[in-house]
Write a protein that binds this ligand. Sequence first.
Ligand code: AMP
Ligand code: TRP
Length: 333
Amino acid sequence: MGKKIFSGVQPTGNLHLGNYLGAIKNFVRLNNDSENNCVFCVVDLHAITVKQNPKELRDNIRETVATFIACGIDPKKSIIFNQSTVPAHAEAAWLLSCVARMGWLNRMTQFKEKAGRDKEKASVGLYSYPILMAADILLYDTTHVPVGEDQKQHLELCRDIAQKFNNDYNVYDFLKVPEPLIQKEFSRIMSLKDGTKKMSKSELSDLGRINLTDNKDDIINKIKKAKTDTLPLPDNIDELVNRLEAKNLLGIYSSLTDLTLEKTVDKFKGKNFSDFKEKLSQVLVEKIDPISSEIKKLTEDKSFLDEILLDGQKKANDFASKKLRKMQEILGF
Ligand code: AMP
Ligand code: TRP
């Protein structure tokens, strides 16, 4: 049976190779299976949990849509829309925030990481962010949620919220309890400058990430400068345990070429990093350069992107507003 897929990406600029290999590549695969119903959301309400520049946010929303399409998501097959244009998301988030427990949210590691040392100064939205994410998912009777590994805990929270709502109001199976779709391998791409940190939009140095808008020269330069160690590449994957940067680069190669890590290790065993980096740059350029050119082309056509968002809004709103209405009835409104 087909799956009901929902996932979201924040329009905070600089979508990168981690987003692509951890999430968007999977979106494309799911979009291509005609049995599935896919909804891909540009989550601007999530983006403002950290202060954004309004003009940049507006541009980034369109650029995220352009990126989805440039990576291969077909807006005729999947719904692409912008979260804030469907009011049910914010409303359902309030209803669910009365079901979620403080103790559950207090365990969220992403809040701890993002809030940093001074929790008192973090926005309340940053804290309750996973409840909004649960609303996103539950409004569409989602069965499967493709995400990178960093979102696993938020999905567990979403499952808990759905189950508690169903139990508290005696509505068996009303909110569907979704399954995460997290790739077994390469679900966490690390920074090119530090193998202990995930590749991220917020890393200050641009050299830590390959942006999906990077051109050929940027990619070659960043791979040249990527951190490595002094040993040749190992004979087997066990030797990668303490060689995080080597493991990450080999993982990126594997994921791009759809090879297992074992096969990639076998292919490059005993080679120097400079030989391997040349091959890695080649496969990266082959994959990312066309995506990058397409993003640039598409972002120039604002009305095309706006039409896709408008069409997506209508379809998403139609579904979500009905589900919200049922939630309200269950609650006694
Ligand atoms: P975000 O840009 O934070 O909205 O993330 C969008 C999607 O990309 C989510 O599914 C994340 O789990 C995924 N993602 C973000 N960074 C990485 C990374 N370094 N490795 C793998 N997946 C990632
Ligand atoms: N929180 C996710 C992230 O930062 C983005 C997101 C918002 C999402 N709503 C979602 C992902 C619903 C999957 C499903 O990456």
